[in-house]
Design a protein around this ligand. Sequence first.
Ligand code: PEP
Ligand code: MN
Length: 338
Amino acid sequence: MIIVMQENSPKQDALNVVEHVRQLGLQPVLLEGTERNVIAVIGDERILDVPVLNAMTSVEKVMPVLAPFKLASREHAKTKTVITVAPNVSIGGTRLAIMAGNCAVETLDVSLRTAQAVQHAGATIQRGGAFKPRTSPYSFQGLGEEGLFILREVKKQTGLPIITEVLDPRQIELVAEHADILQVGTRNMQNFELLRELGNCGKPVLLKRGMAATLDEFLMSAEYILSSGNPNLILCERGIRTYETATRNTLDISAIPVLKVKTHLPVIVDPSHAAGKRAYVAALAKAAIAAGADGLLLDVHPDPARSLVDADQALSFEQFDDLMTDITLIAQAVDRTI
Ligand code: PEP
Ligand code: MN
């Protein structure tokens, strides 16, 4: 970190900063200039509180050198993280991870038919929400534990690993017993207690970007899970709130290359919750793969219009099939496989 003092400010003010830094166990180096003093800090600057430094007398600016998210950053791990979900299913390697299924678990019949259809088309992970985060308390909230049993039964019959959402720290034990990946939804990206508790859930976690979160905030949330002891973390871009109303959210395609530079963690894209309308989902999915995403999370339903949750955005089996055909071609162009 570099701390720049105001022009012609008293040397004592710089010495106060030096003392503050030293007291926190870091090594300050005072560089005395003709017009201003500068303090270079050696050591892990992330323990320093930037607003506190900024508030010190005569401090003009504070320039961190390291990314504030230590474990998530490329500085920490130079090679991409590959997460093994099942013996033959991993996320972050050459092969794309396609996760598809119902938004909410409805019945065993619907879940099973969906899983068989998406598996046949090339998906390797089944999705389905048992606990649903709904805007209205009067909307269908999911089947809860019964939903988890359904996913488990579908896994038994198809072999497809399960991704499902966890809403609350009190649900972690139960969800982790059935799921292969625990999903944290956009509304919970800054539920820090939940993030911390997921540090020792023993399963990979997929963290969705908050709908109004910057990428640095997203990575700081990732840091909560990583620093609590769970290295098996997958990031998911799912669209952010903008002034545009033609789509449910605006898919931030640029998040993919930016995250690829900032972090070693796999990046998945959910074009279903971004678009909110099935007519736009395929284009966004293809764009995401072309931009370097490690996989997709998609809503699919045997009778999309009758989906209990998010009926506007679910793809039919046929639409999913067509999308997978297109994705196979795009994957080749970016050196990935399905
Ligand atoms: C979901 O994937 O089911 C979901 C609720 O998504 P999000 O958290 O992105 O809204
Ligand atoms: Mn949904």
